[in-house]
Ligand binder design. Structure first.
Ligand SMILES: NC(=O)c1ccc[n+]([C@@H]2O[C@H](COP(=O)([O-])OP(=O)(O)OC[C@H]3O[C@@H](n4cnc5c(N)ncnc54)[C@H](OP(=O)(O)O)[C@@H]3O)[C@@H](O)[C@H]2O)c1
Length: 332
């Protein structure tokens, strides 16, 4: 039985299970010359998919209603009529939320279970690892001795950003949503300090206290009021990497907040939006470095693995209430 997950409604506010629809088809898929038959093994659920579920203009086209959702997937080749792939190979790439599907192989990369667990190619050795590495280097231009502040610090991107900061010799301060995450970041990932934004009343003061020398690099995954608070601590020539704004992805009204311009002018600071796909030419060197750090044990990673293809929509929804530590992945 082949299953597909379709987008049924464009979510209003926080996505609901009723925004998704399951389709089942009891028919063997056939492949033609040049094609491969794929069985889904792991599915990446990511906050950016929320943007694709709305029809607002963005850097990627929206999903169509009543059509399959797609994201990063690791799949196994079950049958091949394509010279580049053989039965048993594992591939990673953007694929549809289906238990089985036919592909012509375009845009798929072969991945090896011997090099790393398959799920890692959707996280630390995949899109979120690349985002952390390239966002920090290309816009953050980190220097040893500086202070790096990271929001969404216990998530897939944030946890890697902070560790790279430590590898490069920065003081690293994280912001996360539970005491368990605070502890994880300090003990397992070596952050110097971490603020729980859900139990801290005065975030502006808490950031000032945790960053006594000010903030040189701010890696922003969440936007909203947390990021407003960070502005009060930025140093002269600070770099603010705007990677994501999950705190406002479900907003139904235009968010309001602190006016950033005076902070940027006063500090000659740079604030720049970051989209990982703009740096595709740098992916090979970034993956090489990330793999090296992982294999040496210098870069650790955490995954929250949800069992069962049918739980993919719920795993996606759970990102917005912080149920994940590290990368949220579904094992199909
Ligand atoms: N620009 C790019 O190319 C690119 C690429 C990948 C990801 N991103 C962005 O980077 C950010 C992180 O992505 P990810 O894949 O690593 O996700 P993630 O951080 O693994 O998961 C999302 C986390 O966001 C936090 N969160 C949820 N609602 C929040 C709120 N209202 N305020 C503050 N924190 C909230 C939750 O942690 P807590 O428990 O701490 O609240 C949750 O665990 C997202 O904004 C994503 O869109 C951008």
């Amino acid at each position: 039985m082949n299953q597909t997950i379709l987008l049924k409604n464009r979510p209003q506010g926080t996505p609901q299970l009723s925004d998704f629809e399951f389709q089942k088809e009891d028919k063997d898929l056939q492949i033609s010359e040049g094609e491969i038959l794929l069985e889904t093994k792991y599915i990446s659920v990511d906050p950016y998919l929320r943007g694709r579920m709305s029809d607002a203009k963005s850097y990627v086209p929206p999903f169509n209603l009543n059509e399959p959702i797609s994201s990063g997937v690791v799949a196994q080749v079950k049958a091949s009529k394509n010279d580049k792939f053989k039965e048993g190979d594992y591939v990673s790439g953007s694929l549809e939320w289906k238990t089985e599907q036919v592909s012509n192989g375009e845009g798929l990369t072969k991945v090896s279970e011997e090099q790393a667990p398959l799920s890692a190619y959707l996280g630390v050795l995949g899109m979120t690892g690349l985002t952390a590495f390239l966002g920090l280097h290309e816009i953050g231009k980190p220097k040893a001795g500086e202070t790096l502040l990271v929001s969404g610090a216990a998530g897939a991107v944030g946890s890697v950003v902070g560790q790279i900061g430590k590898i490069l010799g920065l003081r690293v301060v994280g912001i996360a949503g539970t005491d368990e995450k605070v502890e994880l970041l300090k003990t397992d990932f070596g952050f110097d300090d971490v603020i729980n934004y859900k139990t801290t009343e005065d975030m502006t003061q808490a950031i000032k206290t945790a960053c006594p020398d000010g903030v040189d690099v701010y890696f922003d995954n969440v936007g909203g009021s947390i990021s407003d608070s960070a502005l009060f601590s930025i140093n002269r020539f600070a770099r603010l990497i705007i990677c994501g704004a999950i705190s406002v992805y479900n907003s139904t009204e235009l968010p309001t907040g602190v006016s950033v311009q005076p902070f940027l002018v006063k500090n000659s600071a740079l604030m720049q939006g970051f989209i990982v796909s703009n740096y595709a030419d740098k992916f090979p060197e970034a993956i090489k470095q990330l793999s090296e750090w992982v294999s040496k044990g210098e870069l650790k990673y955490k995954e929250t693995i949800v069992e069962g293809f049918e739980n993919t929509p719920q795993a996606f929804i759970d990102l917005f209430s912080g149920k994940n530590k590290g990368k949220m992945i579904v094992k199909a």
